[in-house]
Design a protein around this ligand. Sequence first.
Ligand code: TXA
Ligand code: MG
Length: 320
Amino acid sequence: MRISLDQAIARLKNGEVVAIPTETVYGLAADATNEAALRQIYALKQRPADNPLIVHIAEIEQIQLWAAEFPPVAQRLASAFWPGPLTLVLPAKDNVSTIVRAGEPTVALRIPSHPLALQLLKQSGLGLAAPSANKYTQLSPTTATHVETSLGADLSVLDGGACQVGIESTIVSVSGDDWQLLRHGMITEAEIADVAGVKEKKGFITPPKVPGQHLLHYSPKTPVKLFSGIESLMHYQQTSQLSCAVLLIGDVPQNVQANEPLIIQTVQLPKDHAIVAERLYSVLHQLDALNAGQLLVQLPPTAPEWLAILDRLTRASHYS
Ligand code: TXA
Ligand code: MG
């Protein structure tokens, strides 16, 4: 059910779980200090207990409530990219619930830039643990309707419109002078390196078994196949008897829908990584709902700014 900002604040303070908008994807939020509420997040998402949650905060000053260290590299990243789609993984203070960090010695923190999320965080004064508001391994939600479709209409949802970034935050782990990228997002590795001022130290931490790292993740129900060019799309078409829905990224020399009875629907997105990110999950939700035999998705370009999109598509197509 859709609820107001005041209702969301009251319910979160009361230990309830509420789906909230962020600029990346909708989150399934709860008071990060309330262990009963945190357990509800894991239960609703059917998420294994060893996958830690991101804590959302309103102000940089709140870092000290959660992190035992805030090294200069992390400070530079926070001032450059917060509020925004960056999550920092930092050594946790001892009193941070082991449920929110799934037993890890670190805690993931982010200040989101969505105005309603910021207002909620400021007015409630809470740190909000929030994973993406979808069932484990399923497609992430970028609208309130996506949340309701995945988690049910009974869930309290604060509707903040369609998410504008559209893809989950970039995750960077920082310890002392070292940093490491844990998840690609719309803030690229090169932008992080620029601001960090030191080279990435790959492999300095072993990431926990995280769903963002889980290979079968961000998956529609329909099997996804990635294709590189129009020739390979035509090849799939000629060798498969399955009905299909097609997502094209960038220019296509001909209208593939013409004379193709097996193609139920084609969506074409422009070759602009920000627009594709913003619309990707929405289009995948839309094409998935057609119940086609397969979902054919054109591979995006390989330039660095496309890596986050490529990462999500590769995971979505795993096992298909
Ligand atoms: O954009 C986002 O990050 C969205 C919005 C709602 O903020 N949230 C999101 O949450 O994508 P989730 O739970 O779907 O993905 C968070 C990722 C997971 O892969 C989780 O394992 C990882 O962050 N993570 C959380 N705490 C961590 C930690 N202490 N160390 C390493 N990875 C961590
Ligand atoms: Mg997720």
